[in-house]
Write a protein that binds this ligand. Sequence first.
Ligand SMILES: Nc1ncnc2c1ncn2[C@@H]1O[C@H](COP(=O)(O)OP(=O)(O)O)[C@@H](O)[C@H]1O
Ligand SMILES: [Mg+2]
Length: 278
Amino acid sequence: MAALEESGTATGAGGRVLRAPGTDGACVFVKHFGAEGIPFGRRLHAVLSAFLPVGIWSASPLLGARGLMAREWRKSAAFRAAGIAVPDLSAAGPEALATADAGPDGQAVLKRLRRAGDAAGHDALLVALAASLGRIHAAGLCHGRPHPRDTAPGEDGEIVWFDFEEEPEAVMPLLDAQARDLWLLFLQVCERAMDEGTPARALAAYRQAAPAGVAPRLSVHLGRASWTLALGRLLLRLHAGKDLRRYVGATLCLRELLGTEAPAVVPAWSAEAGLPIR
Ligand SMILES: Nc1ncnc2c1ncn2[C@@H]1O[C@H](COP(=O)(O)OP(=O)(O)O)[C@@H](O)[C@H]1O
Ligand SMILES: [Mg+2]
């Protein structure tokens, strides 16, 4: 690729993702996988994974820059092969990838719609994200950390997905990894929804295509995480932290949505995949 001129950094990218003009004048995003090393938080998460009481909290295998780049490349190719929209990728160095600019990311679009007071358009995008995740899961895939800022909603309503740095399906059965995807996306849906009926509509949209077992599996995991809500509520009385308030609020919303009760018997095995989960 011809010399890339930095024209700004992408949001939330910590300086390792740059938006730059490509050879044909169209913009590309260049992601430098080696720019920040393995962050301390990721290392800690990997160590703690052996002790975490909820299996779906486990960390993906820790990889260096080239491994992360290969993972992004591989998962993006699997999505493309399954008919899920992803941006075109090309190598931009031994530890860097260039991706075609897919347009404003989902988080930016949601913010714009919220500012414009377009609650219907805003919540329709949340529902579309959930429906798209359902199709991803139906194809036997898992995103790893689905978030509006790792998507670009196209004009035609199709959702483009990128940022495949997590691979929970490498350390847990696919159904659990998909349940975790559902959990992560719905933390966003529940927190952001402008209309109170939107999370239920989004879940129905997800379920239209998704494998039937994913939502019940998430119910099991959320039931097992009940103690975190009790602890979270207690901590909120002492200190009203924004992140904690979000976690408690969105998890309660999701539990209600899924009709989650703490399971009387906690399964020690994933019956579907025949693999042990904690
Ligand atoms: N192909 C793309 N099209 C549009 N926006 C992109 C693209 N790639 C990255 N971005 C923007 O850059 C941000 C960071 O890129 P991402 O690949 O998600 O890296 P990170 O691992 O730092 O989150 C995204 O949230 C999005 O705003
Ligand atoms: Mg990202």
